[in-house]
Design a binder for this molecule. Structure first.
Ligand code: 3PG
Length: 219
């Protein structure tokens, strides 16, 4: 299960990081993402109703890969797994969170910002990590630099990723996907502008699609 979920994230290439609360916001958001061609969401535990949103999406949208983000302690791991989260993202590399997710058999992408964080993640058996906050800790250059000592580590950069710099990250071989909120900014949710979320999502999906093969023939 761990491998297949991570494979799906790697094939989708983008993980929307969302702040929603309650079942209705969750399911409306899922509809908007699906309409935009991106059936995945990291629902962050930042609103009281986040857990309900995760449960509602997991129940009503079996085709959507729903994960939980901003998971910072082991009790939250239990709660999001109970709610139906298929993957877990944490801002940092914190052993109790990682161990509990592993006990549940649910993929965990812990946040790393330094080589020491990567070493802790590797020591705990995790090879796919979230670079966070990606733009602050060096962006694509940080991933290139960290890939030298850790060539097997795979990254999901998150924090400051947007349509303009998406490819700077996705073009790196060690990046499986990029996470971000630019498609699903909170004001779009609170105003119910699901159409704009769908538009931004479709735009991001098109951007992330493999570039068309060049028609130039060399040699
Ligand atoms: C977060 O945890 O909020 C994510 O890193 C999203 O960052 P972004 O809002 O810069 O995309």
């Amino acid at each position: 299960m761990t491998a297949s979920v991570l494979d799906r994230i790697a094939s989708l290439r983008i993980v929307p990081v969302v702040v929603v609360g309650g079942a209705d916001e969750g399911t409306n958001l899922a509809d908007a993402l699906v309409a935009g061609g991106l059936p995945v969401a990291e629902i962050t535990l930042r609103l009281p109703g986040a857990m309900d949103a995760i449960a509602a999406v997991a129940d009503s949208h079996p085709g959507v890969l729903v994960g939980a983000g901003t998971v910072v302690n082991a009790a939250q791991v239990d709660q999001v797994v109970e709610a139906g989260a298929s993957f877990i993202v944490s801002p940092g590399t914190f052993e109790p969170v990682i161990r509990r997710a592993q006990e549940h058999g649910v993929p965990i992408l812990p946040g790393v910002a330094t080589a020491s964080d990567v070493m802790r993640a590797l020591d705990l058996g995790v090879e796919v990590v979230k670079l966070f906050p990606a733009s602050v800790v060096g962006g694509p250059a940080a991933i290139k630099a960290l890939s030298a000592p850790f060539p097997h580590v795979r990254f999901m950069p998150t924090g400051g990723v947007n349509a303009a710099n998406l490819h700077d990250y996705l073009d790196l071989p060690s990046v499986i996907a990029a996470g971000g909120s630019w498609m699903v900014e909170r004001p779009l949710v609170t105003s119910g502008d699901w159409a704009e979320i769908t538009r931004r999502t479709a735009e991001a999906v098109a951007l992330a699609a493999p570039k068309a093969a060049s028609t130039d023939v060399e040699g």
